[in-house]
Structure formats: structure tokens, C-alpha cells
Design a protein around this ligand. Sequence first.
Ligand code: TXE
Length: 487
Amino acid sequence: MNRDFLVPLVSGPFRHYINGAWESGATTGLSLNPSDLDDPVGEYARADARQTDAAIEAASAAFREWSLASIQRRADSLDAIGSEILARKDELGRLLAREEGKTLPEAIAEATRAGQIFKFFAGEALRIPGEHVASVRNGIDIDVTREPVGVIGIIAPWNFPLAIPAWKIAPALAYGNCVVFKPAETVPACAAALAGIINRAGLPAGVFNLVMGSGRQVGERIVASPLVQAISFTGSVTTGTRVLKAAAARQARVQLEMGGKNPLVVLNDANLDIAVDAALNGAFFSTGQRCTASSRLIVERGVFEPFVAALKAKLAALTVDHALKRGTDIGPIANEQQLDVTLDYLRAGREEGAELVAGGRQLERATRGYYVEPALFIGEPGHRIAREEIFGPVAVTFPADDYDHALHLANDTPFGLCAGICTQSLKYARHFRRHSQAGMVMVNLPTAGVDYHVPFGGRKGSSYGPREQGTYAAEFYTTVKTAYVAG
Ligand code: TXE
């Protein structure tokens, strides 16, 4: 489809969208371009308590109408949102690359995925499942149906500023809920662009609201509000734990997607080209800022040296530069805080005795930005850099004695989002699939890179609550009613 849209995607200052109207903030913040700090993306509104409450109240007031709207109406709205996203994926991709710093091809792919997610849930709105069950008592029918939950508070991170909001907002709306969306402060322009597209789909006022601002002020207010029935959160373990405690204290429904420290196991019998490409892509693409990043590379001793040598060679050939520049493989780190975290871990790795075999230097480019050379350490499983999520272009590799040892090391982590194995052995692939303590398993693939129509989520410290995406999203965004009917 190639439609010309007369409306600009977004124009600063980026405003809140509350009860069907655009609103300036109580205060403002500045969104930066991490590839070029001299090219700010624009000012954005920051909400205070009053504006946050206004968004929540608008969503609550809109719930009755939207929850009773026909499924055709809901499907058509989501389809329209998906269509505009897909038609403007290049424009959205440019904005995303400029604001978050992933490369343009990665950003366009993310925009495409966001559009596909809305299209998928447009279909799901027409397929809301239910069950008719025979009663143990004569003359009674039992129906199990799914109903909307209410107002959903959506708290999102900055690393996928279109796709993550899409996979929370689309199912929320498809199943008849209203939304209060709080994006991360690194990416307000992307959030405002998405809100503009949702606005043009003509939802009733209040069904979807965008409020921007700090986690402490806006996020905590959403989590604490008795008018918000459910919270879907993606972000750090520390914040996720706070959200969980606050939500549990008032018995709100909650779903958390948090960090990962995802292992990629490479066995002696692996196709080394596939394994090295999986490691390169999984660990370093999107500047390593993916919760599914392959940050622990566990390699059987027989191929450890050739694997490290081949990966080093590939790393040396990568171009780290401005996200919008043609030929850039790795963009900058998304914000200053994340740059500091990455540099701290690079220091910690050296101090705890890990061997830095490639990269790790801060880089200067033609424009001022947060550039860091992708870094590979040979470390030990107990090192902090091998146990804690870094969320930057840093991976650690260590050898395993055999498959059993590799499986043990892979599972020896407080996280459990995704785990990968590279092998040509069906026996080990099957065993790993069954015994990996992760929510997602990849065989001969990077740990990052998932489809949009199947469940996404992890185990242990990575996730809490029902899975996101695919048909499984219904578990979180609907509540079940069992009805007994006698004639
Ligand atoms: O996350 P936060 P940040 C990890 C990654 C990164 C670290 C910090 O390790 O280094 O988190 O990133 C909102 N109540 N991941 O600071 O703080 C906040 O405004 C309610 C991994 O961005 O968790 C933002 O909208 N909300 C992760 C969202 O929560 C609060 C992706 C996430 O912010 C809040 C992103 C509060 N008290 C970061 N405090 C992954 N694995 O996918 C903050 N927020």
C-alpha cells in the first residue's frame, strides 16, 4: 500500500492525549537523538498527578461504551491503526531510529511488526473464545465467556518504542478494555506518533490515553489508582518488583516482562557459521538492548577457540555509527544512563578478571553520540558480567566441558526468558528444548528475534503473570465468567 498522508506523523512539542484531546504538560522534557546530541528530537509534555488522574478517569468513563461496542467496530479500528502504521513504516522507522538509536532497517522492521500486531489483534477481536459445557444437573446450560477487564495501565520501556506498546495496546483494545499508556521518557516522539495514529482510527474519547512523564510521578500514580484494574509492565527487575508490590497491595491484575541473561549454547557438532552468526546477531544487534539478547555464549571446549576467533573477526568488521547512516550495523546506546551502565560493566568485567578479547572502547564519530564498540569478554560463569543484565553491546563467553555441563550453565541464572542452542544433533536439541528453564527456546537461531503471533515471555526472574502476544494475550486482557442458565 502506498498512501499519501497529509497529516504529519508527529510534530513537537509532543503532547499528552487525554480524553480525545491533545494536552500540553505541566512541565516539559527534551527528547534527544543518541546518534547526534546536537539534533534534539523535540520537547515533550510531562504530566503531573492531576493530568495522570484525568487520563485514568477518562479511560474509566469510556469503559462502558467500549466494552459493549460491537466486535466489528473494535476490529475495524484496530485494522485502521495497523494499516496506517504499515503504510507509514518508513517514516515511523526514521523517527524511531532517530529517537532510540537502532539502525534504520531495524527500526523499519519494528514499525512493520507493530502494524502486523494491530492487524493480528483486529482478527482476534472477531474470535473471542468461549465454551458451552454440559451441566451435571439436568435442565441447566453452562456458558464460559470472556469479558473485558476494565482500564489497563500500560507502562513501557524505551528499547522497542513501537512494538512493545503495540503488543500491549492492541490486545487491550481488541478485547474491549480502555488504556492509559505511559511510555519511557527516552522515546516520547514515538509514543506521540503512535497516539496520533490511534487517534485517527476514531475511537471514542477516553478509550485510549497517552500520558508522558517520570516513572515515579506518572507510573506510580497509574499503578496505585483504584480505577486501573490491570497493569502490563515491561522494564527492569527493580521497577517491575515495585510495580508488583504496589499492584498486589490493592489486588490489581499485573503482568511483568523484565530482564534476561540469555544463554546461547554452541556444541562441538554445531555448524560454526550458523553459531557465530547467531551469536553476533543475538548479542550485538540493536546495540544489545534487547531483553532476549544472547549475552552469555556457552561454548563446548572442542570449538571454543575457533568460535571466539570467528566471532572476533566478525566484530571487527562491524560499523558502529549514526543510526540513520547507510551501512551502520550498530547504532549508539539509547541514552546517557544506559551508556553509564554499559561503561560500568565494562570496567567491572576487567576488574573481576575477565579477558576483554574484542571492543569495549567508547567511540567518537562525526556527530556527538553514545557510541560504544561491541565488546566480547572471555569470563567465568560467576562473574557479574555473566550474571547481571547489562543491556548494552557486551557479551561474555566461557567454555563448557560437554553438553550436560553446558545445559547446567545455561540454566544457572536467576533469569529465564530465552535460551538457544546451536547443534546438528537432534538428541541434544530435543533434550535442550525440554530441559531449558526458559520461556522460549531457539535451535540454531539467535535468542533474539521472535514472531508476533505466538506467546512471548519467560520464567524465573524474567516474567510474572500470563504470557503476552498471540492468542495467549486473552488470558491477561479478559476475565472469565461462568454462567448457569435454566429454562
Ligand atoms: O527501566 P525502568 P529503565 C532494564 C535494563 C536497563 C534498566 C533501566 O537493564 O538498564 O532496565 O532502564 C517506568 N512505577 N530494562 O530505567 O526504570 C519508566 O518510566 C511505575 C530491561 O528504562 O524499569 C518506564 O516507562 N513505573 C527491559 C518503565 O517503567 C515506573 C527493557 C521502565 O523503566 C517506575 C527496559 C515506578 N516506580 C529496561 N519507575 C527489558 N529486559 O526488556 C519507572 N517506571
